[in-house]
Design a protein around this ligand. Structure first.
Ligand code: NAD
Length: 462
């Protein structure tokens, strides 16, 4: 795609206030592939004013018409799928097939789900002698990360529009081209001017200005726990609603009776997908001591197969961060059974699929989110020990349980402090609420629960 040298505000591409730009780099060959404006506080203010001006009209638009715009948005994304997939591959580095199936396929499914929910959701209910109105919260400031560039945007913008909110989006600096294609799709879908606005820019400049803007009613942030904490503090001080989707360090718990080969292979695939840059990835595999060595061998063999299959990580900074974690794992005494910190290729920000065995729960690689293709395998003695380890981090975003039968896996999953658990390889469900326990976040995305984040209630008594 050709990068826009403008911001999408009030229904048109408009020049930014300043001349600063962000260079977009292809992580596979380290070449600059585009430049986008680095918006400043004035640009954010212009966008928020446009969103505020558009709010009364959009909030009063009948849900059926909002649903029609969302269906048109889904169709525009579908029509542009090839270009979007190629752009995600160019700026994120994910393999073309994964870009098409997941990076584009999943947001189309989510846009479709909100076209349906906008049409069917009960925006009014009777409770005793009251009528409860579900009204849009107002102007949404959305701040998104680069790891699933389109999905993270659609998971916020689609429910916000379905609810009748207007939006200013500040996407990640590493993947702004996908965000520009999304703005083009919104335009094509006939969403009225000012309802959706895009300001590309740096987190500490445009992101911070958006978070602090008094004209924003709800901040919806996905990204690191460190930045999320700051956004939460800003929102708290201003008494604004806030939704935070943050980091994870999820456990893949393989109970003794499970199909070990399947559990390990699916577990390794889960960690290596998107080069490990998935917040809900099961980066800690927990295996009973009697089957531990067998699992380690299976995992090492599986990981090696991904060496030629996975793309680079998103940036040089991310590669250095991930390599630093691998070195730390070695220093702290974990046993490297696949991969390692050495660069597997001369060019591009590649990291070898890496597996650590003999990882103990307190090690850095078992506690901190690495966000790279690195799996840690931990040993447990019994179920209570497995549960202690599974719940023993500050995070609680996702997880998996494998057992001989579903009932046994579900019984274990009920005791996990986490927001999502896949039972014996259960499939992703775009209608199920997604979000974290503990420091993995506040609030939920997707489906009806995701829509509720953008609504506030008003009770009328009769
Ligand atoms: P990040 O926190 O550095 O950046 C996320 C967004 O915040 C970007 O748009 C960035 O520009 C912006 N930002 C940075 N500093 C800011 C500031 N001071 N004020 C306002 N905005 C600011 O995170 P990242 O490196 O882009 O993404 C990786 C992280 O995101 C990982 O920790 C991952 O787990 C998390 N993540 C969580 C989920 C989830 O749903 N829970 C999903 C994807 C990613």
């Amino acid at each position: 795609m050709k990068a826009h040298d403008a911001l999408y505000i009030d229904g048109a591409w408009r020049p930014a206030d300043g001349a600063d730009v962000i260079e977009v780099v292809d992580p596979a060959d380290e070449q600059v592939i585009g430049r986008v404006p680095a918006g400043n506080a004035l640009d954010v203010d212009t966008a928020v004013r446009a969103a505020r001006a558009a709010l009364p009209g959009w909030a009063a638009t009948p849900p059926a018409e909002r649903a029609a715009r969302l269906a048109a948005l889904r169709d525009a994304l579908t029509a542009g799928a090839d270009e979007i997939a190629a752009t995600v591959t160019a700026e994120l580095g994910s393999p073309p097939q994964f870009s098409r199936a997941v990076h584009v396929g999943m947001p189309i499914a989510v846009a479709d789900s909100y076209a349906g929910l906008a049409a069917t959701h009960a925006f009014e209910e009777r409770v005793g002698n009251s009528t409860v109105l579900h009204e849009p919260v107002g102007v949404v400031g959305a701040i998104t990360p680069w790891n699933y560039p389109l999905h993270q945007i659609v998971a916020k913008v689609a429910p916000a529009l379905a609810a009748g909110c207007t939006v200013v989006l500040k996407p990640a600096e590493d993947t702004p081209l996908t965000a520009q294609l999304f703005a083009g799709a919104v335009h094509q879908a006939g969403v009225p001017a000012g309802v959706f606005n895009l300001v590309t820019g740096l987190g500490p400049v445009a992101g911070q200005a958006l978070a602090e803007h008094p004209g924003v009613d709800l901040l919806s942030f996905t990204g690191s726990t460190a930045v999320g904490r700051r956004i939460g503090a800003v929102a708290g001080a201003a008494v604004k609603k806030v939704a935070l989707e943050l980091g994870g360090k999820s456990a893949n718990v393989i109970l003794p009776g499970a199909d070990l080969a399947r559990a390990v292979n699916v577990g390794v695939a889960n960690v290596m997908a998107n080069s490990g840059q998935t917040c809900s990835a099961w980066t800690r595999m927990l295996v009973h001591r009697d089957r531990y060595e067998e699992a380690v061998e299976l995992a090492a063999a599986a990981a090696v197969k991904y060496a030629e299959r996975i793309g680079p990580v998103v940036s040089a900074a991310q590669r250095d961060r991930v390599r630093g974690y691998i070195e730390k794992g070695v220093t702290e005494g974990a046993r490297l059974v696949a991969g390692g910190p050495e660069a597997p290729r001369e060019q591009g920000y590649f990291v070898s699929p890496t597996v650590f065995a003999d990882v103990t729960p307190e090690m850095t690689v078992a506690q901190e989110e690495i966000f790279g293709p690195v799996l840690s395998i931990l040993r447990y003695d019994d179920e209570d020990d497995a549960l202690r380890i599974a719940n023993g981090t500050v995070y609680g975003l996702a997880g998996a349980v494998w057992a001989a039968d579903e009932a046994e896996a579900v019984a274990f999953a009920r005791r996990m402090d986490t927001g999502q658990v896949d039972i014996n390889g259960g499939r992703f469900n775009p209608l199920a609420p997604f979000g974290g326990y503990k420091q993995s976040g506040v609030g939920r995305e997707l489906g009806a629960h995701g829509l509720a984040e953008y609504l506030q209630t008003k009770s009328l008594q009769f």
